[in-house]
Design a binder for this molecule. Structure first.
Ligand code: FES
Length: 181
């Protein structure tokens, strides 16, 4: 997915783990390295594994920190500048720390006409984020708006981590958020 389109958040069980950068703990070691090594034969070159390698780094650290970016470059034999160019092209990669639960709200025209702005406003208020892209003080949430999530018949769809939730209304938000600690 490219800049300006919806990206799917990382993390399992509905949330992105927001870790601080920890360069003394290598990302590509143990099971993570095994997962990466298992991918290599499936791609024409090692460097072609860049997107999944970045995904693994984001799973491990919560975002693509400068240190994580350097580790990805090193493990694939790429330059950090090349990796940075890819990271900044795709909105699915976080270039700054985000909350444990990364929320994406469709505000494209069909959903906009059905009230997505009200959903977004309620989400920003009830998560405590206050504004788009900001993280709530308790570190739980980050909310962004994105383009069509492919569920135009069920406005307003939102993604919380990997959880796809349709037909969200302002009234449902409080109950939905209770499932994300
Ligand atoms: S316009 Fe919102 S899901 Fe398509």
């Amino acid at each position: 997915m490219t800049a300006g389109t919806a990206g799917v958040g990382a993390g399992e069980g509905g949330g992105v783990e927001a870790h601080h950068d920890a360069p003394h703990v290598p990302i590509f070691a143990g099971k993570v390295k095994e997962r990466l090594d298992a991918l290599f034969p499936k791609y024409p070159t090692k460097q072609a594994c860049l997107l999944p390698a970045l995904w693994m780094a984001q799973e491990a650290r919560g975002w693509i920190s400068p240190g994580a970016l350097t580790e990805v470059a090193a493990v694939l034999g790429l330059t950090p500048a090349y990796v940075r160019g890819v990271v900044t092209f795709y909105t699915m990669y976080h270039t700054h720390p985000v909350g444990r639960h990364f929320i994406q709200v469709c505000t494209t025209s069909p959903c906009h006409l059905c009230g997505s702005d009200d959903v977004l406003t309620a989400l920003l208020r009830e998560t405590g984020c206050g504004e788009l892209g900001a993280t709530s003080a308790d570190g739980r949430f980050t909310v962004i708006e994105v383009e069509c999530l492919g569920a135009c018949g069920f406005p307003t769809p939102i993604l919380i981590g990997d959880d796809f939730i349709e037909s969200v209304t302002p009234e449902r938000i409080s109950g939905i958020l209770q499932g994300y600690k």
